[in-house]
Each structure stands twice: as C-alpha cells, then as structure tokens.
Design a protein around this ligand. Structure first.
Ligand code: ADP
Ligand code: MG
Length: 394
C-alpha cells in the first residue's frame, strides 16, 4: 500500500465526500523543505543543499468533464471555484492564488488541463520558512497534471521552474528556485545539492546516523523583506567593484576567498563582510557534501555551526530569537551542529543530531528558548523524505 494512503488522506477523502458527494480518484503530495546549508547563496548563483520534509500539502482530487476547478481548503475552511479559461488574481483568498497561478503557468507551457474537484490541506507550518507555498504549488501541479492524464510529462526541473514562475509572476513573491526544486526532486534519506546557476543537481546521501530537528522560533519575520533586498543590493555592489579587477566574474559564485582577501580594500567594510559570507558559504556547501559522503558528521555539524556564525556576524540576518534557538540546540551533546535556515530574522533553525538525541534537543529548546524570548516554540523531528508523489485511490 502506498504510504500516501494514510489517516490524513482518509480524512481528506471523507471531507471530499461531504463537499462534493463523491469519492476522489487520486491523492497528490508536495513536501516542504529545510535547507541544511547554503543560505543567501541562491541569488549569488551559488550552491544550496536542502532536504524534503515528511510534512506536506496534499490534494485529493477527482477530474471533471468541464473547465471548472472547485477547491475546498480544510485549513482555511473556505471554498473557491474558478474557470481554467478565466483565471484572475483574487485579493481575498491568497491561498487559492497559488493554485490558480500554477494552473495558469502549466497552461502557458502549452499543457491542456481539465477541471477538477479538490480538497486540500497541509501540516507544514505556514510562513515559517519551511516553504509551505512551494509545497502547495507542487501538490497543485501534480493534481492538475494527473487529472489531465499528463502526470510525468514534464521534467522535474521544468515543473519546478513553472511553479517558481507561478509564485513570482502570479502571486507576486520574489522567491528563488530552491523550494520548488527540492519539493519535486527530493529523495528519502538524501539531500539535494543544487547549482543555482546551471540548475544541475546531485543527490547526496544523508547517513543513517543523522536525524534532523527543526526549531520554529515563531518570532516575527517582519524585517526579513527589506533586509533581503538590501543584502541582494550589497552583493551586487560587491560584484561591481570586484569586476574592476576581476573582469571574468559574473557573480560572487565566481570569487574565491583568496581573491576576496586580495581585493578587500576595494570594498566598503560592510560590503566586504556580505561578500565574505557568500564566498565562504559556497565553499562550506561543497565541504558539507564531502562530509556527508564520508559519513563524517562532526565535520558536517561544524560546518553548520560556522554557517550560523557567518550569517550572524558577517551577513547579519540572525536575530536574538534565532541565536537563542541555535544556542539551545548546540548545548546538547548529541547535536552535531545547528544553524538558522531560510532568509533569517525569524522562522526556523535546523540541527543535525544523533538518532536518539532528538528528544534531548527538543527538551533543551523548550527549557532554554522561552526563557530568553518569552515565546513558546515548536519543534519538528524529521528525516529526509521523498519529493512530490501521486497515488491512485481505489
Ligand atoms: P512559507 O515560508 O511557508 O512558504 P509563504 O508566505 O511563502 O510561507 O507561503 C504561505 C502561504 O501559502 C499561506 O499564506 C497560504 O496562502 C499558502 N498555503 C500554505 N500552506 C497552505 C495550506 N495547507 N492550505 C492553503 N494554503 C496554504
Ligand atoms: Mg514560501
């Protein structure tokens, strides 16, 4: 039996019967993700190393004979219906725009879709940096393709690009490609090394002696947007100044730490520190891949700790809450290493831990973090899971 046909799917099937008076034919899933290392490297043409989560967004669907898409979101307790020929942004139902945008993006690619009835829900915390939005897009894409009898016609990388386009152009969120990419192409017990310039990718085994604990700070991310744009601009400034002496470079991806040190005096101090983070972080991603391949988890953990320090001190995107979360994680002997994950200023931190030490790490978080922040956190234990899936419901 497929692992998708579990109690959560059963609930959706029951809800589908209640809403549409019928049984669904398929269930699709798009997982969330956590990035192990490689933060703020994506828009610098660099490397990232995410894993897909067990947590996901699911759709149960039944194809229709017409062009109507009838949706019911369990989590928002709200329905939405649209016509595949009259897709228009809806100011009141943000969640439905991800789905409409995905349909529009697939149709623009020349794919003939058909209408469907769907009930959807997810267990990825929303707006917490674990990419519930990409999970929603990918689960929706799989639902539309399956209903139209076109499941598998698109290459995974293309599907990820179409989902990114939906989020960038239809929803209006300026995200990179990482989230959609890992949601499609993730594999159980593996991380995915993505080259954000070429979109080449490689699966990297995560050793069985490693588990992941994610700590959600539940702190506001309100600073994240303006800081994100500022950092992008500082990186571009750095590239511009370095190009005067290194004409061959196109982005920070092309700069070595030796080159950066040699030409350090050309850069304003703050721009230098931003560049220092990106250049060293790219190197750390590749070292992390080596460490995982060698089963060397202490090195992997040290690299994660170094990434956090660099994000905190050089890139300046951490926060007291994230630092408190990472401190709590690192205080447990079974924790190999920990760092903030995502854009920063809130959201989540991720720890690489020895299996069996998950509970001790969670206990340390619940014990230490609220004392510093006055916020009650959430903790999720996960392993690297598979990417998007579709299963028939019989
Ligand atoms: P994240 O970091 O989780 O991707 P975003 O702000 O990018 O945060 O996306 C969150 C949005 O995605 C939500 O506000 C909602 O519109 C949509 N979304 C995520 N999960 C679900 C879900 N289970 N059901 C409906 N909409 C969802
Ligand atoms: Mg998102």
């Amino acid at each position: 039996m497929s692992e998708l046909l579990d109690a959560r799917t059963e609930q959706l099937v029951t809800e589908f019967g209640r809403r549409f008076g019928d049984t669904p034919t398929h269930v699709s899933r798009g997982p969330g993700r956590v990035n192990l290392i490689g933060e703020h490297t994506d828009y610098n043409d660099g490397f990232v190393l995410p894993v897909a989560l067990e947590r996901d967004v699911r759709f149960v669907i039944r194809p229709r004979a017409d062009r109507s898409v009838r949706l019911y979101s369990v989590d928002f307790d709200e329905g939405f219906t649209f016509d595949l020929d009259k897709i228009a942004y809806d100011g009141d139902r943000l969640w439905a725009n991800y789905i409409q945008g995905m349909a529009a993006s697939l149709q623009r690619e020349g794919l003939d879709l058909v209408g469907l009835d769907a009930v959807l829900s997810g267990n990825i915390p929303r707006a917490s940096g674990l990419s519930s939005s990409a999970a929603l897009e990918i689960a929706a894409a799989e639902a539309f393709l399956t209903a139209a009898g076109k499941h598998g016609v698109l290459a995974g990388t293309r599907l990820a690009q179409l989902a990114q386009r939906a989020e960038n152009e239809f929803v209006g969120v300026n995200c990179g490609i990482m989230d959609q990419f890992i949601s499609v192409l993730g594999k159980k017990n593996h991380a995915l090394l993505i080259d954000c310039r070429s979109l080449d990718y490689e699966l990297v085994p995560v050793p069985p002696e490693a588990a992941l604990v994610i700590g959600n700070t539940r702190a506001s991310r309100s600073l994240a947007n303006s800081a994100y744009n500022e950092r992008r601009w500082e990186c571009e400034t750095g590239v511009g100044l370095l190009q005067e002496v290194l004409p061959g470079i196109r982005s920070l991806r092309d700069v070595t730490s030796e080159q950066l040190e040699t030409h350090r005096q050309r850069l304003p101090e703050r721009v230098y520190r931003r560049c220092q983070h990106v250049v060293s972080e790219n190197a750390r991603v590749l070292q992390m891949v080596e460490a995982l391949r060698n089963g060397d988890l202490s090195t992997a953990g040290r690299l994660m700790n170094a990434s956090h320090t660099s994000l905190r001190d050089h890139y300046e995107v951490s926060s007291p809450a994230l630092d408190a979360m990472v401190d709590a994680m690192q205080s447990v002997p079974g924790c190999y290493g920990a760092r903030l994950t995502g854009a920063g200023f809130g959201g989540c931190a991720v720890a690489l831990v020895r299996p069996g030490a998950e509970q001790a790490v969670a206990d340390a978080i619940f014990e230490q973090y609220p004392k510093v922040t006055n916020i009650w956190p959430e903790v999720y234990v996960t392993t690297a899971a598979d990417g998007a899936r579709v299963t028939e419901i019989k």
